[in-house]
Design a protein around this ligand. Sequence first.
Ligand SMILES: Cc1ncc(COP(=O)(O)O)c(C=O)c1O
Length: 373
Amino acid sequence: MKIPPFTLERYFAKHEFSAKYLLSSSDCESLRLPELLEMASPEMRSSWENLQLGYTESQGHPLLLEETAKFHAGLSASNLLVAAPQENIFLLMEALLQPGDHVIAAFPGYQSLYEIARTIGCHVSMWEPDEEADWHFDLEKLAALIRPSTKLVVVNFPHNPTGYIPPQDEFDALIEMLRKKGIFLLSDEMYRFLEINPGATLTSACSNYERAFSLFGMSKTFGLAGLRIGWIATRHQPTLARMRELKDYTTICSSAPSEILSIIALQNKGAIIADQNARVGRNLALLEKFMTKYAHLFRWNRPRGGSICFPRMLGDESTLAFADLLVEEAGIMIAPSHVFDYGNQHFRIGFGRENFGEVLDVFGEYLDKKFKS
Ligand SMILES: Cc1ncc(COP(=O)(O)O)c(C=O)c1O
């Protein structure tokens, strides 16, 4: 498979573990192992302490499947496949798509959500939001992109990088549009439950549509990216069966410690999600003040959910050049829109981390110096 490099991940690989400050990470603050184990029930504590480090069940640990099914009303363990989120995107596209199929993907977006389809030999059209309308993804624009050969539509709400979430009735209308034509839907729900307005949580697509695949996992909302655990939920059994066959060629099964730790986290989901949301809320308030103070440099649409947003930099400087200087001179890493293949005027800010306020202060000092009049 001749797939191009993943530009965003390569940019992170360059800076994530050397930059002093990260201002663009999309995951929430990671939990520490003792903190997570503290939450374990006596049964799970014992499972952890007596864990045998052998192969695990390929589909996922039965308790993990039981917990994950709770996120997708009407579905059960038989509708799920556990694998790292990124791996699941790969498995799904490989299982579902053929060269020549037409795919429509929300864009800008997480590169694998369209690049894998392209590499398989699909024709990919981009469904772009309107920045002037609060990053709204317009259904009429989507309708205009649909062709007789359209096999799959890929969306991701809350959206990386803009933080956009459609209202539920628009999401329902999108599903109706696809249902009429039998088009599959990959709904990347990795940032679900990080909605700024808690009422904005969309129904998981797989609960409402028999041809939808919902992707969720431990990395973003739970702040447990290092576990590398996620899942796809769907009622489309033939595709799920093929994905299971393909997984034998990727990881075969998930890591045993990661599965147990994920079960512990999922059994405590209320507390973990509330804690992450409180942090995201505090950080967003700081970011609002920052954006007001620096309104002469940046314009932004306040995100509706997720832990990221995508401000525009005013003026002519490319955000790639700006980001390179910022990391070199102030040790702060941001992700310029170049890594999303989306021009050179935007950059992504991530506000899920505990030290966000501190990093924002350092960023402010840098801007004051750089743009002093
Ligand atoms: C929208 C989206 N989908 C999928 C992924 C992949 O998740 P993971 O890194 O847990 O494999 C990411 C990671 O950044 C993402 O932002």
